[in-house]
Design a protein around this ligand. Structure first.
Ligand code: NI
Length: 161
């Protein structure tokens, strides 16, 4: 296993729409292992492949209770409710802010055995799923802040870049 280099705000790959994974081969499995290692070492609760410079639709989330969830080509197929909880991101270090999200989401994805799976989560894990899936479409949590809040963090963002 290896710890991968984290891409931070300003890196173009974070703004790309990541490509679907067609086959879970050894390369993908190795990437997933390294993403999990990187997430732990960096102290994150979730990580998306573009954050380590790979344009693939893969996310990992640390659920604590059930270990790490690996989702390949995840798609949110159902949303319910509203929440507004503080978020941060390994790619946007030092910035934390409440973000408006759905409170419950159902996600369809493929697992490491290429099996189709569906999970429904609420609370913290629902937020993590939405945050990480956003990364696959080139969005960061700061994009979802109000214009006033974004203006407040403008200088901090410049420092990351
Ligand atoms: Ni993030």
């Amino acid at each position: 296993m290896a710890v991968l280099k984290l891409h931070k705000y300003g890196s173009p790959i974070l703004r790309e729409k990541a490509l679907p994974v067609k086959k879970v081969d050894e390369e993908v499995k190795e990437l997933v292992e390294n993403m999990i290692e990187t997430m732990y070492v960096e102290g994150g609760v979730g990580l998306a492949a573009p954050q380590v410079g790979v344009s693939k639709r893969i996310i990992v989330i640390d659920t604590e209770e059930e270990g790490v969830i690996v989702l390949i080509n995840p798609v949110i197929i159902k949303r319910e409710g509203e929440s507004k909880e503080e978020e941060g991101c390994l790619s946007v270090p030092g910035i934390y802010s409440p973000v408006r999200r759905s409170s419950i989401v159902t996600v369809e994805a493929m697992d490491l055995n290429e099996k189709k799976i569906q999970i429904t989560q609420e609370g913290f894990l629902a937020i993590a799923l939405q945050h990480e899936i956003d990364h696959l479409d080139g969005y960061l949590f700061i994009d979802r802040l109000s214009p006033a809040k974004r203006l407040m963090i403008k200088d901090e963002l410049k420092n990351i870049e």
